[in-house]
Design a protein around this ligand. Sequence first.
Ligand SMILES: [Zn+2]
Length: 161
Amino acid sequence: MPKNRQPGGGPPLGYRAWVLRRADGGLQLRPTSSRWGAGMELRDTDRALVQAATAVAKLRCRSRHHTGASAARTADGRVFSGVNLHHDSGDTCAELVVVGTAATQGVTELETVVSVADRGRTVVGPCDRCRPVLAAYFPALRVILGEPDDLRVLPIADLPG
Ligand SMILES: [Zn+2]
């Protein structure tokens, strides 16, 4: 079946058709998404980025203040990571911490991002608040989503706004 075609024919589907919005506003891919061609296969550097975010989550997300980690890579291979901040007055997501960390180092172009939740180290997509920020700052950003054994890369522009 050609990529982005509905099972049984019909017009091409956007990536949105394969994305589920979770109750917390985060995104994940539908379990069957890869069968229908959603997203791109991971590169070795993408797998390394997932490992980097997972390592940070494992090492640093050990309290209720920090429950997830993100890692982002520039086109020339520099990697920035960060954890979220949880507080009753409002949360700051790990993705935004990473953007700020990169900017602090003078880096304003990020190519790929992935986020990992602390429990079970599952890959989670950017939430409703972070997606517009990431899309505005980095219109060509690649986002890693999916199940641990079937991760995919989707353009930020193709995720639900
Ligand atoms: Zn967020």
